[in-house]
Structure formats: structure tokens, C-alpha cells
Design a protein around this ligand. Structure first.
Ligand code: HEM
Length: 180
């Protein structure tokens, strides 16, 4: 017989003032903790026109010096009607001394990114260090992600992409509001 399953004694926290207390290395990214919702616009030279999307993003921690990151997007039609699920990704942002960040991000489209960068005054800037692709994934060579807290509850996001033979250029921009 198995013992009854115990509750996880180490749940993630999405709030600065909650337990566990955030690790000191998380100081430069504490403003990201929580759940964010918003909308954005996207484009790419290989795609006709632009597209609109909505997105939900969550950053949490368990008291250790990394963030758990989760994002999911869905495309929007006229009058913001949801059209279909779009990009999803999840990963880990490992905070180092002096605000250096090492991120591991995976997507169900067969793409795994290692990114490095820096968390500074209200801005996090991550660029690809390595990309790994499953055999059937689209060709992705590099990304750059910039997150800016324009006020305590507003997060803007810009994503550049080098893929399918195109040089690094704008793919997405979004503006998110903290909802939890
Ligand atoms: C909010 C997140 C994202 C949204 C809403 C989004 C949306 C889109 C859309 C609508 C397309 C056109 C194809 C289609 O209709 O599915 C597309 C293409 C593509 N996206 Fe994204 N995307 C997102 C994030 C990403 C990320 C993180 C990457 C890679 C790291 C990426 C890489 C690509 C690639 C490689 C293509 C294919 C281009 C082509 O084959 O012509 N996207 N994206």
C-alpha cells in the first residue's frame, strides 16, 4: 500500500511578500513575480500581414535563485474573438550575481532555447546563447527578448527572431497588466 500523497510543502510563490521569501539573487526581477495578461501584435517577413494575440504570463519562485516562467498565447480576430491557441513556452530563469540571467526556455514546437542576459533597472534583456531543435522543428537561429516594467503593474515585451533564413528582426510586441 502506498502512503496517502502528501501536499507539496514547497509550493511556488508569485508574491514578494509571501512565503517563502525570495532568494536575494532574485532582487533584480522581483517586479516580475505574478500573473500577467495582455495583448500584442506580431509580424514576420515570411507571414502575410500582421496578427493580434492575447497572452498570459506567470513568474514564480520557490525560494531558490531561479524564476519559473510560463507563457501561453492565443490569436485574436476582429472584436478580440479568440481564433486559436498559439505559442506556449515554459522555462527557468537562473539569476546570477550582478543581475546576470541564464534562461532555459522550451516550446512544444520543438524549440529549446538557452538565453543569457541581464536584469537591470526595470529591464531584462535576454539573447540566445544556443538553440536546439527537434528533427521536425522550424529553423530558429536566434532570439532577443526585452521585458520592461513601465510601471509597477505594466510589463512591455519585445521579441526579435532570426528564423527560416531571415535575419534577427521584430516578431512580437506586447503590453501586459498584472492580474494576480
Ligand atoms: C506570443 C508568442 C507568439 C505568437 C503569438 C506567435 C505567433 C506566430 C504566428 C501567428 C505565426 C504564423 C504561423 C502561424 O499562423 O502559426 C508564427 C510563425 C513563426 N513563429 Fe511565432 N509566435 C510567438 C512566439 C514565437 C517564438 C517564441 C518563436 C521562436 C523562438 C517563434 C517562432 C516562429 C517561427 C519560426 C515561425 C514560422 C515562420 C515561417 O515558417 O514562415 N514564435 N508565429
Amino acid at each position: 500500500m502506498f502512503d496517502p500523497v502528501l501536499d507539496n510543502p514547497y509550493p511556488d510563490s508569485r508574491r514578494i511578500d509571501d512565503v517563502p521569501a525570495p532568494h536575494e539573487l532574485l532582487a533584480p526581477v522581483l517586479g516580475l513575480l505574478g500573473t500577467w495578461h495582455g495583448r500584442g501584435q506580431g509580424e514576420y517577413p515570411t507571414i502575410s500581414g500582421t496578427f493580434s494575440y492575447a497572452q498570459e504570463v506567470t513568474f514564480s519562485h520557490d525560494g531558490r535563485p531561479f524564476l519559473r516562467y510560463e507563457a501561453r498565447a492565443w490569436l485574436l480576430g476582429v472584436d478580440d474573438t479568440p481564433l486559436r491557441p498559439s505559442a506556449r513556452e515554459s522555462g527557468w530563469w537562473r539569476l546570477q550575481r550582478d543581475g546576470r540571467v541564464e534562461a532555459l526556455i522550451t516550446q512544444p514546437t520543438g524549440i529549446a532555447e538557452l538565453a543569457v542576459g541581464h536584469a537591470g533597472e526595470n529591464t531584462i534583456d535576454l539573447s540566445t546563447d544556443q538553440v536546439a531543435l527537434t528533427p521536425t522543428a522550424k529553423e530558429v537561429n536566434a532570439t532577443r527578448r526585452r521585458y520592461t516594467l513601465t510601471d509597477e503593474d505594466t510589463l512591455t515585451f519585445v521579441h526579435d527572431l532570426a528564423a527560416v533564413g531571415q535575419p534577427l528582426q521584430h516578431h512580437l510586441s506586447a503590453r501586459l497588466r498584472r492580474t494576480a
